[in-house]
Write a protein that binds this ligand. Structure first.
Ligand SMILES: *[C@@H]1O[C@H](CO)[C@@H](O)[C@H](O)[C@H]1NC(C)=O
Ligand SMILES: *[C@@H]1O[C@H](CO)[C@@H](O)[C@H](O)[C@H]1NC(C)=O
Ligand SMILES: *[C@@H]1O[C@H](CO)[C@@H](O)[C@H](O)[C@H]1NC(C)=O
Ligand SMILES: *[C@@H]1O[C@H](CO)[C@@H](O)[C@H](O)[C@H]1NC(C)=O
Length: 578
């Protein structure tokens, strides 16, 4: 028999630890449980509903506001985009440096433009739009700000970091009453640029644009991207940090989140002893983003901590469920709202491998996919340290206790999600084993993570029984394992025991959680190569395909997005510097 421990450590799936009570509860009423399914399948209804209403056809009335932040926090007394140590504030005013033209709008997300910004997609064709989203002109109401934060990078305190090439433009309140923070990335130097030039290149911007929108469609909490503008401005980059400097072209992404505050936002205030400001920021975050926490609860910071611990565990479990490796899980890249932010050298795992590392320069594998749960724990420890000055000794103890619960929450959520990926209903004692067994076989046979689960969803029970895997290349790989038959019998037996569960229902359920298309590195790379010579057709195609990742699409099939990756994909290295 094989050693199952490596898998158990990876997914922390130990069925004995999972409390059936929680799972029962989850299957009936838990909101979190349903979010995963809903966000995947409710896509169409939302869009339909929105197309019935009118959008703003001109930008004349579009405006943002910065008043909330400017009233809540002191702003850096010094002006100007030169690098400096900043104290006693949360933001510095910083004007974007427009990219040198000619500019070109390379991509827009209609979903964001219409669904979040209330604009008719046609306005994106206007000159005004291009100027706004490239940083050349400020939207009415905008007071552009760069955020001061710190963080632990690769395990060590790195001091002041901050938005080094991003500008917060303002908040937009949409007709649903949601408040979104608009931010440009790649828009020039700020007081926090350190040695950087404040720019982002086409390569990394295309990747961020595509991936953040794709993650949203996968149902994973994430920042969003509204637009991508490319320029002819030369930007020098040493892509693999090997001394080989190349000229690339500058690009700007307009991205959105409900908040861009990070663990590092709190850390810097705590480290420098700016405790009043730390409290202010915490109170602001609670009031704006955690309405269920009462502002006069003496334990409000502790409740906030518990909420973030829980949501971070959920976020990382959802990354694992789609094989996503973030690549740079530093504390400054971990959102206080537990959404995925700061897309850099991320990657979707292809052949199943817990040691998959998307950043090829990360030799130690610190941020391998299998390490993410532990890195989350590390980052939450750092968050606890940052909160220590506002905790009483008793709350401090409470927080320690909450942190101890992280692993259980993560395990439970992973277990739930992988059960859903296998179409399992209810809870049986051997479910954890069934999942771990499968993953171990996938590891041994290097089966494709995404397509193994997808093809298990698409195959009928009869096909599985007959081992009829024509056209099912991932299952074909998996079935070469010497224990495959044993696993398959267990699985079929388990499925067969689900009362009133028709096979087509099981298939549909599984297809709703197992995507057929994810942004594989080779796909992104192919789109980037074209974009660099001003052909954005593949960016557009990928954007469209990945917005409905659970639905088989003809154009995607023709492009080979669900096929065995091309042989050149194996030799690809992930673009690191961005
Ligand atoms: C934990 O977070 C998830 C995801 O946001 C949510 O659905 C769930 O209700 C939370 N659980 C608790 C106990 O707050
Ligand atoms: C939609 O139309 C109604 C009436 O026709 C108008 O009052 C409203 O302002 C419009 N909303 C937008 C977002 O254009
Ligand atoms: C945060 O993530 C970005 C994008 O992945 C990465 O380039 C950057 O190095 C990270 N930030 C820090 C300060 O490590
Ligand atoms: C990739 O890993 C290397 C080595 O740890 C690190 O120096 C580099 O900053 C990482 N890349 C990014 C974009 O963070």
């Amino acid at each position: 028999m094989f050693n199952i421990h490596s898998v158990l450590v990876y997914f922390l799936v130990a069925s004995s630890n999972v409390k059936p009570v929680i799972l029962e509860f989850c299957q009936s009423a838990d909101r979190g449980c349903h979010t995963y399914h809903d966000s995947a399948s409710s896509h169409t209804p939302t869009t339909l509903q929105l197309t019935l209403t009118n959008y703003s056809h001109a930008l004349d009335h579009f405006s943002v506001s910065c008043m909330k932040l400017l009233e809540a926090f002191p702003v850096d007394q010094v002006d100007g985009n030169f690098v400096r140590a900043v104290r006693n504030c949360v933001f510095s005013k910083s004007i974007p440096t427009p990219l040198k033209g000619p500019l070109r709008l390379a991509a827009v997300s209609k979903d964001v433009i219409e669904g979040i910004l209330d604009l008719d997609a046609a306005v994106t064709q206007s000159e005004d739009f291009l100027l706004y989203v490239s940083g050349a002109r400020l939207m009415p109401g905008s007071v552009p700000l760069a955020h001061r934060y710190g963080g632990h990078q690769f395990g060590y305190w790195a001091g002041q970091l901050g938005d080094g090439r991003a500008h917060f433009l303002g908040q937009y309140t949409n007709r649903k009453g949601e408040i979104w923070d608009l931010q440009l990335k790649g828009s020039g130097k700020t007081p926090y640029s350190r040695s950087g030039d404040g720019r982002a290149v086409i390569r990394s911007s295309v990747r961020e644009f595509l991936c953040s929108e794709a993650m949203h469609s996968l149902g994973v909490p994430t920042s969003r991207a509204a637009s991508l503008v490319v320029s002819k401005e030369p930007v020098l980059r040493d892509q693999f940090y090997n001394g080989n400097v190349k000229t690339e072209r500058g690009a700007v992404v307009l991205r959105l989140a409900k908040s861009w505050f990070r663990i590092g936002s709190l850390e810097i205030l705590s480290r420098t002893g700016e405790i009043d400001l730390l409290r202010k920021l915490l109170n602001f975050v609670i009031e704006e983003h955690f309405p269920s926490i009462s502002s006069d609860d003496p334990d409000k910071y502790l409740v906030l901590y518990a909420t973030i611990v829980n949501e971070t565990a959920h976020l990382i479990a959802s990354w694992m469920s789609v094989g996503f490796a973030h690549g740079v899980c530093n504390t400054d890249n971990f959102s206080l709202l537990s959404i995925t932010i700061d897309y850099g050298p991320f990657g979707f795992m292809e052949s199943y491998d817990p040691n998959f590392v998307p950043n090829t320069s990360d030799d130690e594998g610190r941020y391998s996919i299998g390490a993410q749960a532990n890195v989350g724990l590390f980052n939450l420890e750092k968050l606890l340290e940052a909160l220590s000055p506002v905790f009483t000794p008793k709350q401090q103890q409470g927080a320690q206790h909450i942190l101890k619960g992280y692993a259980d929450i993560y395990q439970m959520r992973c277990h739930q999600m992988f059960k859903a990926k296998l179409g399992l209903l209810g809870e049986e004692e051997d479910d954890g084993y069934l999942i771990a067994f499968l993953l171990k076989m996938m590891e041994d046979t290097q089966s494709d993570f995404t397509m193994t689960f997808r093809q298990l969803s698409e195959a009928s029970a009869q096909q599985l029984r007959d081992r009829d895997f024509t056209q099912m290349w991932a299952l074909d790989d998996l079935s070469s394992h010497k224990l495959f038959s044993r696993w398959l019998s267990m699985y079929l037996l388990r499925l067969g025991s689900q009362e009133n569960d028709r096979d087509v229902d099981r298939q549909q359920r599984m297809k709703n959680v197992n995507p057929r298309y994810v942004l594989r590195n080779w796909m992104a790379e192919s789109a980037v190569r074209k974009a660099e010579v001003d052909d954005f057709s593949e960016v557009e195609l990928l954007h469209r395909v990945l917005s409905v990742p659970f639905v088989t699409q003809e154009t995607a099939e023709e492009a080979g997005y669900a096929a065995r990756p091309p042989s050149w994909a194996k030799r690809l290295k992930v673009s690191c510097s961005s």
